[in-house]
Design a protein around this ligand. Structure first.
Ligand SMILES: [Ca+2]
Ligand SMILES: [Ca+2]
Length: 345
């Protein structure tokens, strides 16, 4: 090997060791944290691109404000992802599937359930509450592992249970068996178990950007697909409605995650340009663990042009007004649009 070759080899080893050390040793408040988050967003993004290769479509994020739009996009994507399965395309079909997932298929197989965080009782899971944070673990690694109603133990060791290997019925749970996991698909991404949480208590798991301390509410990665935010450009009344969390106490805790624009003129909203218009955005909250301003509520919608570093706000009456630069909570957010945080650090 030449001297240059040795030098390159040694550099690679040193960089590799540094990355490994940083990955394992960063404290929760470490300044360098965005780099780790960026690496992970990159890996999630690569997995989503492989997912699209195999299924010809990125999965829907289920962040649309309109329920029927969410349901129909969910069903249409199932057709793409599982061509042998036939779940229909209408809201009525969705309602039927919702019941089957919660109660079983009527052939003796149980439905999917989860243990409620408070009381510990078993509850049926509701496919209608899947959101833009839960969509990521769901599409890449399947249902949360159900609890056996007799033994009160999880049906498998892993937290995410995959999909059924029966390509005609991938959403079914199948008959309870000693080892149900034998019939389940493998995850496309290895979600670290300690970072899979259920902050909104609906049974679907969110994937947090770092490991939480006990009782700590760490915000999850949020996934927005380009079709969801792109569709809002044509209708001004929908701009800014694709967001997470939709409402409730988590909105007060973390503020609101939104997909970002790369060009936005408040005077010409229909010419808005989105970052990654043809693919997706993954948003992490940054070290402050907040996505956006905490006072954000449903009365006002927010749009951020990250190239111009400008926030615009849409009032309830539809008036769009540009506001001062980025909100503080926005600046340290990390996405797959930049090699750094939103404000470039
Ligand atoms: Ca949840
Ligand atoms: Ca933040």
């Amino acid at each position: 090997m030449s001297a240059a070759g040795v030098k390159i080899g040694l550099t690679a080893v040193v960089v590799g060791l540094l990355l490994w050390w940083q990955w394992d040793h960063w404290g929760p408040l470490d300044e360098m944290k965005p780099v780790k988050v960026l690496l992970e967003i990159d890996q999630l993004g690569e997995t989503l691109r492989q997912y699209r290769e195999a299924r010809q479509e990125f999965p829907p994020c289920l962040a649309e404000a309109d329920e029927q739009t969410r349901q129909v996009r969910f069903l249409k994507h199932l057709e793409r992802a599982f061509p042998n399965a036939h779940y229909g395309r209408t809201s009525a079909d969705f309602a039927r599937l919702q019941t089957q997932i919660a109660q079983g298929l009527g052939d003796g197989s149980p439905g999917y359930n989860f243990q409620s965080p408070a009381g510990g009782e078993l509850r049926p899971i509701d496919i209608g509450t899947l959101d833009a944070a839960e969509a990521l673990p769901f599409w890449l690694a399947g249902f949360p592992t159900p609890i056996d109603s007799t033994t009160k133990r999880p049906a498998a060791q892993r937290k995410l249970f995959g999909f059924h290997r029966d390509s005609d019925a991938p959403l079914k749970r199948g008959r309870a068996a000693t080892d149900e996991s034998h019939y389940r698909s493998e995850p496309l991404f290895e979600f670290e178990a300690e970072r899979l949480t259920d902050h909104d208590g609906d049974g679907w798991l969110e994937f947090t950007w770092r490991r939480p301390f006990p009782e700590e509410r760490i915000a999850p990665y949020v996934y927005f697909d380009g079709d969801a935010y792109g569709a809002t450009t044509a209708r001004a009344e929908l701009l800014g409605t694709v967001r997470y969390p939709a409402d409730g106490p988590l909105l007060k805790t973390w503020g609101c995650a939104i997909p970002y624009l790369t060009k936005f003129d408040p005077a010409r909203p229909s010419e808005a340009q989105w970052g990654n218009a043809a693919s997706f955005q993954i948003v992490a909250p940054g070290v402050d663990n907040e996505y956006g301003p905490r006072e954000a509520d449903l009365a006002e919608r927010r749009l951020v042009d990250i190239e111009a570093g400008r926030t615009s706000v849409i009032s309830a009456d539809g008036t769009i007004r540009p506001t001062a630069p980025l909100f503080a909570a926005e600046k340290d957010n990390v996405t797959n649009l930049h090699d750094a945080t939103i404000d470039g650090r």
